[in-house]
Design a protein around this ligand. Structure first.
Ligand SMILES: Cc1cc2nc3c(=O)[nH]c(=O)nc-3n(C[C@H](O)[C@H](O)[C@H](O)COP(=O)(O)OP(=O)(O)OC[C@H]3O[C@@H](n4cnc5c(N)ncnc54)[C@H](O)[C@@H]3O)c2cc1C
Ligand code: FES
Length: 268
């Protein structure tokens, strides 16, 4: 029976069942969730999870990492930061998580077609949404190249998952794995060799700023942004970012108008 329901803002709310939860790197957890909501999910969207603790009123936004519509299972990968994510990490298979979603616009994969090339750029805990993106691009016949940046070897996640869909380059800040340096070290070399038809990125503000500047005039380059959220469904304006061109609508809500924005548009 379909247990999810649409509220007045057309956002689904469902108590998703935890199928499994495991720590895949220090403080980084992979949680598999099952429910009808999975059928509506797209790459680059996120889930808004209620922390099962009465003192935690605000939901926590976490990106969708993988979508399995056959088994109605979605995977999220998150890092324990403070109390809310620490509580989520204690949940076990069989528990349920009150979830709103899928939220946000997601990555536009329609701009590339078979035979074209896409560059995926991820930093740290920004890598998860790129996995489903890579999967769906590869399924369309798009050549996928990923460049992933991490602080050090211990923090490397999802390299293997992304390798299933194309070539993956890893950088670490301290050189303990892959190329020493930031993603820019590899991206600057790759762009001398190839021209990419689309760029999809998610990561820390510094990395997004680099991608924004480098691909400012690219017609299909996208940044997935983070912002503190309250309602998570477009009503409260807690999550706004501002457009560079003040003649455009002044505020963009990361939860509703984003989290994905074109390069060159947002003040970072
Ligand atoms: C669209 C989106 C997608 C995200 N996807 C992922 C993901 O896939 N994996 C992952 O590990 N993290 C992701 N984050 C960040 C994640 O939401 C925060 O790390 C998490 O909310 C921290 O909760 P906490 O209770 O541990 O920390 P606290 O600092 O105690 O949280 C207090 C409040 O601040 C908010 N907050 C804290 N840090 C952030 C942050 N970086 N971004 C937004 N709100 C924050 C919390 O949601 C909460 O409302 C995403 C954030 C956004 C906006
Ligand atoms: S969090 Fe309320 S509008 Fe985005």
């Amino acid at each position: 029976m379909h247990s999810s329901c649409k509220d007045k803002t057309s956002v689904l709310k469902e108590n998703l069942l935890i199928v499994s939860q495991r720590e895949i790197a220090p403080r980084i957890f992979e949680m598999k969730l099952s429910g009808e909501m999975v059928m509506d999910m797209a790459p680059g969207q996120f889930l808004h999870l209620r922390v099962p603790d009465p003192s935690k009123l605000l939901r926590r936004p976490i990106s969708i990492c993988q979508i399995d519509k056959v088994n109605k299972v979605a995977t999220i990968v998150y890092r324990v930061e403070r109390a809310g994510t620490a509580i989520l990490s204690q949940l076990k298979a069989g528990d349920r998580v009150d979830t709103m979603g899928p939220q946000g616009n997601g990555f536009d994969l329609s701009v590339v077609s078979a035979g074209q090339k896409a560059l995926l750029i991820g930093g740290g805990i920004g890598v998860p949404p790129l996995v489903e993106t890579a999967k769906q691009l590869a399924a369309k016949g798009v050549e996928v190249i990923s460049v992933l940046g991490f602080a050090n070897k211990d923090a490397v996640i999802l390299e293997e998952a992304l390798s299933a869909y194309g070539k993956v380059y890893v950088t670490t800040d301290d050189g303990s794995y892959g190329t020493k340096g930031y993603v820019s070290t590899v991206v600057d070399e790759l762009t001398k060799e190839y021209s990419f038809d689309a760029i999809y990125s998610c990561g820390a503000p510094g990395m997004l700023k680099y991608v924004d500047q480098k691909f400012e005039n690219h017609p299909h380059a996208y940044l997935s942004m983070e912002s503190r959220m309250a309602c998570g469904m477009g009503a409260c304006y807690a999550c706004v970012v501002h457009l560079k061109n003040a003649q455009d609508a002044a505020n963009q809500r990361v939860c509703e108008d984003g989290p994905v924005f074109e390069t060159g548009k947002i003040i970072l």
